[in-house]
Design a protein around this ligand. Structure first.
Ligand SMILES: Cc1cc2nc3c(=O)[nH]c(=O)nc-3n(C[C@H](O)[C@H](O)[C@H](O)COP(=O)(O)OP(=O)(O)OC[C@H]3O[C@@H](n4cnc5c(N)ncnc54)[C@H](O)[C@@H]3O)c2cc1C
Length: 304
């Protein structure tokens, strides 16, 4: 049988695009399958300040440069929502919602998605005041008050970004300390358009057709307070996009993919890279590093 590709990469975020550079530059027939726009989380990030040689760059610009680079050695970019990967040992079958492809090996670089708050009406009000992407939707709330839930780096970075448009950004955190790096905490604390509400958690979303506010619960007294806001941006962590590999048995309990130093899973010829793997730091630089290793090891696998 004719195997279509040497390597198929699932996801065209920083990990997938780096893998594509290494694999295609080494001469592998390479395809990236992506369900959204190329760039992954980069296109949802206002500004990147910690990627070497880019002191400050918009996520979208960096994504565009990476995409141009990733296809410059011949890697193909194809739209596809990957639903399943079947291991036929000497080749792998990648099944999307409307097609299927074969490759000698696969690199999974499918990243993570934001966790939901788990409140009633949240699903229904996505796009009507609930947003998991401040960069994408922030400008819709020009002059309004909005709330960010969460105290990590992403939450605080996007709060600062939102102050360009909105009247006031509330940041709600469960504890009384942030998890974010000090440099971004300082930016938040020095911004007059940001108010911090500590020791509260979201309790109820207000509004039927669109968000009109949020009820918060004091974690100690259980007293409720209401914020009249037009938008809610939850930044409370992420979960891996790995449902489509469940049957391969390559994930840990949280769904993160387990790999060795070569970025290979326990299934020979199936590699993984970036935010979707079990690792201590999920950032652009580590995603690119994983992708580079996976791309290089895919080459060794094909020419073993
Ligand atoms: C708001 C925010 C701010 C951040 N700020 C920074 C920062 O300042 N510096 C920094 O270094 N990092 C930052 N990060 C983290 C950084 O963006 C990620 O670590 C990085 O993008 C991970 O790259 P990745 O390629 O592993 O995953 P992703 O970027 O998530 O890309 C995964 C890709 O896979 C695709 N995909 C998923 N499932 C499928 C499927 N079934 N079929 C096909 N395609 C699929 C997705 O559409 C996506 O394009 C930030 C993240 C967020 C959310």
């Amino acid at each position: 049988m004719d195997i279509q590709y040497d390597v198929i990469i699932v996801g065209a975020g920083p990990a997938g695009m780096s893998a594509a550079i290494y694999a295609s530059r080494a001469g592998l027939k390479t395809m990236m399958l992506e369900v959204s726009a190329p760039g992954g989380k980069l296109i949802k990030t206002f500004s990147i300040e910690n990627y070497p040689a880019t002191k400050e760059e918009s996520g979208a610009d960096l994504a565009y440069k990476m995409f141009e680079h990733s296809t410059s050695f011949g890697a193909e970019y194809v739209y596809g929502d990957v639903q399943k990967i079947i291991d036929h040992q000497d080749y792998k079958e990648v099944i999307t919602a409307d097609s299927s492809y074969t490759a000698k090996c696969v690199i999974i670089a499918s990243g993570t998605k934001e966790k939901m708050l788990g409140l009633a009406k949240e699903d229904r009000l996505v796009g009507k005041g609930i947003s998991y992407c401040a960069v994408c939707d922030g400008a819709l709330y020009r002059g309004k008050d909005v709330v960010i839930i969460g105290g990590g780096n992403s939450a605080l970075e996007e709060a600062v970004f939102l102050t360009q448009f909105v009247n006031m950004v509330y940041i709600v955190i469960r504890r009384d300390v942030f998890r974010a790096d000090k440099i971004i905490q300082d930016k938040v604390l020095n911004n007059a358009k940001i108010k911090i509400i500590t020791k509260h958690v979201p309790h109820r979303i207000l509004g039927e057709d669109h968000v009109e506010g949020i009820e918060l619960e004091d974690v100690e007294t259980k007293k409720l307070m209401t914020l009249d806001v037009s938008a809610i941006f939850p930044y409370i962590g992420a979960q891996p996009n790995t449902d489509f590999v469940k049957e391969l048995g390559i994930t840990n309990e949280q769904g993160y993919i387990l790999v060795d130093n070569n970025m290979e899973t326990k299934v020979k010829g199936i590699f993984a890279a970036g935010d979707c793997i079990d690792k201590p730091l999920r950032q652009v630089i580590t995603a690119c590093s994983d992708g580079a290793i996976a791309g290089q090891k895919a080459y060794h696998y094909v020419y073993k």
